[in-house]
Design a protein around this ligand. Structure first.
Ligand code: ADP
Ligand code: MG
Length: 228
């Protein structure tokens, strides 16, 4: 899969007196099953970049394309279908439904509870090490367990791309590392794009995009650089 961003600008509050230029002339091409980090301080435009790539926010000008689909030429429902079929999302807060069990939370997006779908949900929970919590409600879990459940839910539709917006920000260091290794593992099947202000979680990233004040300051491939 390939993302292509051409001259992307994103302005918030364009109709108001005070506007924010959250993305400035961003040009970027990303492809392959890799772990990609988007790194920058708070307010630098990381989430805006992620949302633009995921088709959750339309840029004010410029183009975003995923493979041969140019978002600007897709209707809102077509874009929503693309997201549902191809993308998985993990956010800082888990957004699980608190009155449902973990298993029910996994089944909800697919809107069905058939045998095979249930099996799939259970095997994902098994793989993420929380199958014992399938019948618990999210508030009965630790932060790390909740985030694993959120990842399991994001994987239910076999996404080609996982988008994570600060997925470890609410976790202690150990849980953060575990959540990152699960996401790293998933690069065997998909592109994984992680937004963070914490460089330490990107130690195994294939590509690190540094963003500053809405612009891309640097794109580095740490693993490809000279080994001692
Ligand atoms: N919905 C919004 N309305 C207005 N301004 C916003 C909105 N979302 C983000 N911004 C502003 O856009 C800039 C970039 O924000 P964001 O992409 O969330 O950065 P980051 O994720 O790096 O913290 C910031 O100045 C932020 O205040
Ligand atoms: Mg953000």
């Amino acid at each position: 899969m390939t993302f292509t961003l051409e001259n992307v600008n994103l302005i918030y509050d364009i109709e108001k007196e005070v506007q924010t230029l959250a993305l400035r002339d961003v040009n970027l091409t990303l492809s392959g099953n890799k772990l990609i980090g988007i790194l920058g301080p708070s307010g630098s435009g990381k989430s805006s970049l992620l949302y633009a790539m995921a088709g959750l926010r339309r840029p004010t000008s410029g183009n975003v394309a995923y493979n041969d689909r140019t978002y600007g030429s897709l209707s809102a429902p077509a874009l929503a279908t693309l997201r549902r079929k191809e993308f998985g999302f993990v956010f800082q807060r888990h957004f699980l439904i608190n009155y449902m069990t973990v298993l029910e939370n996994l089944l909800t997006p697919l809107n069905k509870n058939t045998g095979p779908v249930r099996e799939k949900a259970l095997s994902l929970l098994e793989r993420l090490g929380i199958v014992h919590a399938a019948g618990k409600r999210p508030y009965q879990l630790s932060g790390g367990q909740r985030q694993r459940a959120a990842i399991a839910r994001a994987l239910m539709n076999d996404p080609q791309v996982i988008f994570g917006d600060e997925p470890t920000a609410a976790l202690d260091h150990q849980s953060a590392r575990e959540v990152m290794s699960l996401l790293e593992e998933y690069t065997a099947h998909a592109m994984v794009i992680i937004v963070t202000h914490d460089e330490s979680i990107l130690e195994n990233a294939d590509t690190i995009i540094r963003i500053w004040d809405g612009s891309i300051a640097e794109i580095a491939s740490p693993k490809a650089e000279g080994q001692p």
